[in-house]
Ligand binder design. Structure first.
Ligand code: SF4
Ligand code: SF4
Length: 459
């Protein structure tokens, strides 16, 4: 077992204190792993024919070569749980180590719906498995901060001062952060911040209006990548969309749902539906891959809620990744040349989870003088995976460095992707490897081309 992978150390659970004192809700030792509330489906588990085609695309199997850290191994553990085996620390450890990258879904010739399986399994783990005090505290800190854009934005000022004052370099030289691995990880991932551009709540379409679109500003995206949101809104408007961006919008619940926090995710989903339901939108546009994949599953998330099930289904039908809607509508805004070589990185939650690979490439190829290059082993995750890189810093670095090496090997001047987590993760690894490459979201490249900006604005 790799010693750098453990986010929930085996045997560290507080078994001596009474469970009600600890505030834990969960299975008692010896109880079957799963309760009756949406356990992983036995029919889905049985779809796995154990062929192993998924193994080479699974980042944890690639790192460690352990069967139980492969998709096939995890499906086997789910089967054990369904057969009445208890939820052991070791079982949870293997589920926790899954990045949820869904590379196995793409690779599986038998159509195993691992996305549904791991989602249901994680909810069982979060409800029923007592985590160690350290793990609980870390997760609480993460989920008290990240799904709240206003709280994240409050960090912008101090972070900008920290970066601009030279304190960041000084702290880096002291090695102090090595003593605090989680803080060190977060510090290394934080992008360089600029003053954000304030977006109007309704941006008119340029020329003939072709659609009304609601736009998600996101949590990490709005706090740390406001330029991406501004570029997204400009591109949509230039392509004939009236863009509706209510300031009251909150988190879409992606981080919560991807980490098994079902009730919290449902609360965020209901609030987002309430916010956008009456704005008269034809589509709901998302520029962050992780958010898009969970928004497309609101119907499943709220299926048991009589007040929201139908509304969630209607909402889900309108969700589009930015690249999808732009290709669907077809371009009307002229593109100016952008003489730049681009390596396009498929964010897992766009490529594997949503199957959106052709559209961003098509949009980039349509830009005159832009040369697109492919990255080797593109199907392997960069190690970002929501907050996985904070919960599992060492293996996340290994995956990030591996991805950064593949990106740098393309010799491209610019790395383009559609997820804030990937941008931060690869940027941190490129820096660690002393590499040089510009980083941009697809929206920023399109925006620069439509506005005729020089390529230097992207680097
Ligand atoms: S989702 Fe990714 S990390 Fe998890 S089992 Fe599938 S390929 Fe492996
Ligand atoms: S590729 Fe599919 S069927 Fe084959 S082992 Fe992996 S999950 Fe099972």
């Amino acid at each position: 077992m790799p010693d750098d992978a453990v986010s929930t150390p085996s045997g560290s659970h507080p078994t001596s204190a009474p469970r009600d004192v600890l505030g834990l809700v969960g299975s008692t030792p010896g109880e079957p792993a799963f309760d009756g509330h949406h356990p992983p489906g036995l029919d889905l588990v049985d779809d796995c024919v154990h062929c192993g085609f998924c193994l080479p695309t699974c980042p944890t199997y690639v790192l460690w070569g352990e069967e139980m850290d492969s998709p096939r191994g995890r499906v086997y553990l789910m089967k054990q749980g369904l057969d009445g085996e208890p939820m052991t620390d070791s079982m949870v450890e293997h589920f926790d180590r899954c990045l949820g990258c869904m590379a196995c879904v793409t690779a599986c010739p038998s159509g195993v719906q691992y996305d549904k399986l791991i989602s249901d399994t994680r909810q069982q783990v979060e409800r029923r498995h007592p985590r160690s005090p350290r793990d609980r505290a870390l997760r609480e800190a993460i989920f008290t901060l990240f799904p709240y854009p206003k709280r994240l934005r409050l960090l912008r000022g101090p972070l900008r001062a920290y970066q601009a004052s030279g304190l960041q370099r000084l702290v880096g030289r002291t090695g102090l952060l090595k003593l605090m691995p989680t803080l060190s990880t977060m510090e290394s991932l934080a992008p360089r911040l600029r003053r954000p551009e304030r977006l109007a709540e309704r941006i008119p379409a340029r020329g003939t209006r072709r659609a009304v679109v609601g736009m998600l500003t996101g949590c990490v995206q709005s706090a740390f990548f406001p330029d991406v949101n501004a570029a997204t809104a400009r591109v949509l408007a230039a392509e004939g969309c009236e863009v509706v961006i209510p300031r009251t919008q909150g988190c879409c619940g992606a981080l919560s749902v991807h980490n098994g926090r079902e009730a919290e995710a449902q609360k965020f989903a209901r609030a987002l539906i309430d916010t956008f339901e009456d704005v008269g939108m034809d589509y709901f546009v998302v520029n962050a891959a992780g958010c898009g994949s969970s928004l497309k599953e609101y119907d499943r998330l709220l299926a048991d809620d009589p007040a929201y099930a139908e509304r969630a289904t209607a909402f889900t039908a309108k969700v589009r990744d930015l690249s999808e809607i732009l290709v669907e509508l077809g371009p009307v805004a002229p593109r100016h040349p952008l003489p730049v070589t681009v390596a396009y990185h498929d964010a897992c939650h766009l490529g594997h989870a949503q199957g959106v690979r052709a559209q961003p490439r098509q949009l980039l190829r349509d830009i005159p003088e832009l040369e697109l290059r492919e990255i080797a082993d593109a199907e392997i995750c960069c190690g970002s995976a929501g907050v996985w890189n904070i919960l599992n810093p060492q293996p996340a670095r290994q995956l990030g460095d591996r991805k950064a090496r593949d990106v740098l090997a393309t010799g491209a001047q610019l790395l383009v992707t559609a997820n804030p987590g990937c941008l931060m993760q690869v940027a941190a690894s490129v820096q660690r490897l002393n590499g040089t490459i510009g980083l941009a979201h697809t929206a920023q490249v399109l925006d620069a081309s439509i506005r005729g900006l020089p390529v230097e604005t992207l680097k």
